[in-house]
Design a protein around this ligand. Structure first.
Ligand code: CP3
Length: 340
C-alpha cells in the first residue's frame, strides 16, 4: 500500500484532503543533483539506458522537492528507437534522428516494439519502485503517436513540423499505417510499464497544437483513444495534449481518467468541457521566474479556481532548465500548505 496515494485518488475522482502536486520535467536540469548524476553517463541516450542512473534521478525530486509522485526518467523517443529508428540528443539543441521516415518501405522496415525491447525502462521502473519503498506513486509515460510520428518524419524538433504535416496531407494512408504501428508499440510498452510497477500513465502529445482541430481528431486523438482503451482498465491514464485548445471536450470522451491542460486553457471552461474528468495543470512554467510574492499569489489563485477535488496540480508544460530550484520548491510548498 502506498503511504501517499493522493495522485491516484485524485486521478480516479475519489475524495482527497488536498490536491497532489508534481511537475513535468521534475527530473531534469533544474536540479544540480540531476546534472551531477547525468555527468556519469557518456551521453543522454546512454543515461536513459542505465537503469541505476535513471532510477536515481527519478527519485531525486521526491526527496528534494517533496512532490507527491515520481515520473520515470526516460524519453518519449525510446519508442522510435525500439521500432528501429535510433535517436541522438544534441547538447543544447535537442533530439536528432540520423534516419527518417519518408516512404512505405521505411514504414514496412519498422517493427512493432514489444515491452522486452525496452527492458532497460522496465528495469529502471522496478529499481525505482524498490527505492521509493511505497512512499508515492510512480508515473509511466509515452509520447502520443502523432508526436512520435512528427519526430520520426521531421528528424528533429521544429517550430512548425511542416515536413511531418506535409506527410499527413500528401500521404495520409501511409501516415495512418505508421500511426497504427506506433500505437501498437506504445500499448505493448505501456502494458510492460504497468507490469514493472507504473501506477499511472501519462500520454504526452507535445505537438497537438500544430494540427488543425479536424486533423487533431483524425491523426492524433483517434490513436490516443486506442491507447486509453487498452490501458485504462489497468491504471489511470492522463492525456496531455499541449495547445489542443478546442480539443478538451473530445479528449473528455476518451476513457482517460485525467486531462492535462497547458496554461492557455481557462480552468473553468475546461471544467465545463470535461465534467467527468480530473484536470491537471496548468501554471505557466515562466511564472517561476517571478518574485516569491507573485508565485505565491498566482499559485493560490489557480488552486482556488480548480478546487480541491478532481484536480492534480502541475505546470502547463515542463520546467525550463534555468528556473531556480528554490522557486520550484516554493511552488510545491504553496500547494501543500494551502488552506484546503
Ligand atoms: O521529469 C520528467 O518529466 C521525466 C522525464 C522526461 C524527459 N523527457 C527527460 C528529458 C519526460 C516525461 C520526457 C518527455 C519528452 N521528451 C517529451 C514530452 C514532453 C514535452 O516536453 O513536451 C518530448 C517532446 C521529448 C523529446 C525531447 N527530449 C526533447 C525535445 C528534448 C530536448 C529539450 C531539452 O530540454 O533539452 C529532450 C531531452 C530531455 N528529455 C531532457 C530531459 C531531462 C533534457 C536533456 C538533458 O539532460 O540534457
Amino acid at each position: 500500500m502506498l503511504k501517499n496515494d493522493l495522485l491516484l485518488r485524485a486521478a480516479k475522482g475519489l475524495e482527497v484532503e488536498r490536491a497532489p502536486v508534481w511537475l513535468m520535467r521534475q527530473a531534469g536540469r533544474v536540479l544540480p543533483e540531476y546534472r551531477a548524476t547525468r555527468s556519469k553517463a557518456k551521453n543522454f541516450v546512454e543515461f536513459v539506458k542505465t537503469p541505476e542512473l535513471a532510477a536515481e534521478v527519478t527519485v531525486q525530486p521526491v526527496t528534494i522537492l517533496g512532490v507527491d509522485a515520481a515520473i520515470i526518467f526516460s524519453d518519449i523517443l525510446v519508442i522510435p528507437e525500439a521500432m528501429g529508428l535510433p535517436y541522438e540528443m544534441i547538447e543544447a539543441k535537442g533530439p536528432r534522428f540520423p534516419n527518417t521516415i519518408n516512404s512505405k518501405t521505411d514504414i514496412d522496415k519498422l517493427k512493432i516494439a514489444e515491452a522486452g525491447d525496452l527492458d532497460y525502462v522496465m528495469q529502471a521502473l522496478k529499481l525505482t519502485k524498490r527505492e521509493l519503498n511505497n512512499s508515492v506513486p510512480l508515473i509511466g509515460f509515452c509520447g502520443a503517436p502523432w508526436t512520435i510520428l512528427a519526430y520520426m518524419v521531421e528528424g528533429s524538433g521544429s517550430k512548425t513540423f511542416s515536413k511531418a504535416k506535409q506527410f499527413l496531407y500528401t500521404q495520409p494512408e501511409l501516415a495512418h499505417q505508421l500511426l497504427e504501428k506506433i500505437t501498437l508499440s506504445s500499448i505493448n510498452y505501456l502494458k510492460g510499464q504497468v507490469a514493472a510497477g507504473a501506477d499511472l500513465l501519462q500520454i504526452f502529445d507535445s505537438w497537438a497544437g500544430v494540427l488543425s482541430e479536424k486533423m487533431f481528431y483524425e491523426f492524433s486523438l483517434k490513436y490516443i483513444s486506442q491507447i486509453c482503451d487498452a490501458l485504462s482498465p489497468l491504471v489511470p491514464v492522463t492525456v496531455f495534449a499541449k495547445d489542443a485548445h478546442d480539443g478538451i471536450e473530445k479528449i473528455a470522451q476518451t476513457t482517460c481518467s485525467s486531462i492535462g491542460l497547458d496554461w492557455t486553457i481557462d480552468p473553468l471552461t475546461a471544467r465545463k468541457q470535461a465534467e467527468n474528468k480530473t484536470l491537471q495543470g496548468n501554471a505557466d512554467p515562466c511564472l517561476l521566474y517571478a518574485d516569491e510574492k507573485t508565485i505565491i499569489a498566482q499559485t493560490q489563485t489557480m488552486l482556488k479556481t480548480f478546487g480541491k477535488q478532481k484536480y492534480i496540480c502541475n505546470l502547463g508544460h515542463g520546467l525550463y532548465p534555468d528556473i531556480d530550484k528554490e522557486k520550484v520548491k516554493l511552488f510545491v510548498d504553496v500547494v501543500k500548505g494551502y488552506g484546503w
